[in-house]
Design a protein around this ligand. Structure first.
Ligand code: ASP
Length: 287
């Protein structure tokens, strides 16, 4: 059994045209299916999926990033391998194209889980990642058409992937430039293992939404622990999102389990997402 889901953020707004994002998400899901059928591992598939989402310039993550309130691009990303719960993360990383690849290097090349700020940038540089010569030139500001958004409102494009491979292993990865108007140094749920990203032997989860709320309920781990405790995947996801809504937050998540069940719920205007399970066709929706 194989399964895969990705999201392009819970900030989708009614009435907007997301056909470019849908086409891009479908391409990436199709490529994920081909890789999984050729024996690729879930951890590699989520890494590649998020890298492609970052590179597309269509989401507020990677190339499409928007700057923070101080006009700096501070990016967050994390990933987790469910097979052994190894994980890596970067927070407030400046100056590099693919935070998800740096997060993976943190996991594979250091004894740590998370590096932040200048230390993360120094590490990325030492690992041979090319620094961006001109950030203002590189970043497309996919969210630039959003106006009048108070600080902390949803950007329209955190990205994430979850995957079950043919060996029965799960993985999750998430990447973002964060919410609009965030203060310098603000870190959301995306790079926090257990809040924005989680994978173990039974469940993989990637979240999107107002990160402060996802942190307060430890959203991604909560979904997994509820499911491990006997709740259905749908029930675990809905209960967790309801807690966020009850606190005044909004957002959504993608999750799948070792049986190949996939859920993609959201409690916001919309959430761009695409998914498949087994040989079923890819489904893609923004609302
Ligand atoms: N969760 C992200 C953050 O708070 C934003 C988003 O998903 O739109 O940084």
């Amino acid at each position: 059994m194989i399964a895969f889901a990705l999201h392009g953020g819970a900030g989708a707004k009614q009435g907007r045209d997301y056909s470019a994002e849908i086409a891009n998400m479908r391409d990436i899901a199709e490529a994920a299916r081909d890789s999984l059928k050729s024996g690729a591992k879930a951890f590699d598939v989520v890494t590649e999926g998020v890298r492609r989402l970052e590179d597309s310039g269509l989401y507020v993550a990677g190339r499409g990033a928007s700057p923070n309130a101080a006009d700096h691009y501070e990016l967050d990303a994390s990933l987790m391998n469910g097979a052994d719960q190894t994980c890596g993360s970067v927070a407030a990383l400046q100056g590099f194209a693919n935070p998800v690849l740096v997060a993976r290097a943190v996991m594979e090349k250091t004894p740590h889980v998370m590096l932040a700020g200048d230390g993360a940038a120094l590490f990325a540089h030492e690992q041979g990642f090319a620094s961006l010569a001109d950030e203002a030139e590189y970043f497309t500001r996919a969210g630039r058409f959003e106006s009048n958004h108070p600080p902390g409102t949803l950007s329209h494009g955190t990205v994430g992937c979850v995957c079950l491979d043919s060996y029965g292993n799960l993985a999750a990865a998430t990447s973002t430039a964060g919410v609009f108007g965030k203060l310098a140094g603000r870190v959301g749920d995306t790079p926090l293992i257990g809040a924005g990203t989680w994978a173990d032997k039974q469940t993989a989860v990637s979240c999107t939404g107002q990160g402060e709320y996802f942190i307060r309920v430890n959203a991604s781990a909560q979904v997994a622990f509820r499911h491990a405790g006997g709740q259905t995947l749908t029930g675990a996801a809905d209960t967790t999102l309801q807690q966020i809504v009850d606190m005044g937050g909004e957002g959504g998540l993608i999750a799948l389990n070792a049986k190949g069940e996939v859920v993609v719920p959201f409690r916001s205007q919309g959430m761009k997402r695409a998914w498949f399970s087994g040989d079923n066709p890819i489904t893609s929706e923004a609302f």
